[in-house]
Ligand binder design. Structure first.
Ligand code: FPP
Length: 242
């Protein structure tokens, strides 16, 4: 039996997370341990993402958001950057073929303007299929994403909008990449580090965090079960008393 309650769904008094976010960390170390190039770790990490996304869909998780490439990741070697972009391209090409069958919507969150024309074209195609799917699960891939960058962009977009409302938390949320989505209930970071690394800074204000030493390529459905079980044991107070 799963170590958590699969019957509980989002909503009042129920606790299956609606939105899970993951910092996919540990790919490089996973590869190094095997004497492989770091890029092999990212390829294994992309496979893990495919498996975890299907599992989340089967569980009925509505949103899965993963950190695929940060605004800081450009500092890595040209070879590593190009390998990650290649994996994204492959994933998007596959998605164009398989999305209807797999019934998972895909969104890219981040500043995509600096990506190659080919990648931007694929993103546009994937996101246009997305609107025709009757899916209960959405996978968000954060690419050239940074939490601080996102907030600055949102403020600028709000400022430039002639129809803007009074500046409130709810109003600014409309200008974030995640506009219209619920905040993540649970943020998972495998790979042994316990920090946020500029991921979903605004949205994770009241998220529960789950850290594990498992390296991302080794992360399995059982690790996801353990993360959800841990989440279900928390007492979410949102700053109040319960
Ligand atoms: C962090 O591990 C991981 C990344 C910077 C890249 C993650 C990208 C992928 C898993 C591929 C993206 C493609 C799809 C389709 C999701 P690290 O390299 O910092 O690991 P380390 O801490 O062990 O060095």
């Amino acid at each position: 039996m799963a170590p958590f309650d699969k019957q509980k769904t989002a909503g009042q008094g129920t606790v299956l997370p609606r939105h899970i976010a993951i910092i996919m960390d540990g790919n490089g170390r996973w590869a190094q341990k095997r004497g492989l190039p770091r890029t092999a770790g990212h390829a294994a990490g992309a496979e893990t993402f495919r498996r975890v996304a299907s599992y989340c869909r089967d569980l009925g998780i509505e949103y899965l958001t993963v950190y695929a490439f940060s605004t800081e990741n450009w500092k890595r070697s040209a070879e590593e950057v190009s390998a990650i972009m290649g994996l994204l391209k492959k994933y998007l090409e596959e998605a164009i073929e398989k999305m209807r069958r797999e019934n998972v919507r895909i969104r890219i969150l981040g500043d995509t303007s600096v990506l190659s024309g080919e990648l931007r074209g694929l993103i546009e195609r994937v996101e246009s299929i997305d609107s025709t799917l009757d899916s209960h699960t959405q996978a968000n891939l954060c690419v050239n994403y940074g939490g601080r960058d996102e907030i600055i962009r949102a403020v600028k977009a709000w400022q430039a909008d002639p129809d803007r409302g009074e500046l409130t938390e709810r109003e600014l949320s409309k200008y974030l990449y995640t506009a219209g989505m619920p905040d993540p209930d649970l943020v998972i970071r495998p790979g042994g580090e316990e920090r946020v690394s500029n991921f979903l800074l605004w949205q994770s204000a009241y998220s529960e965090f789950y850290f594990t030493d498992t390296l991302w390529p080794d992360f399995t459905e059982r690790d996801m079960d353990a993360a959800i079980a841990s989440y279900q044991s928390r007492n979410r107070r949102y700053g109040g008393v319960k």
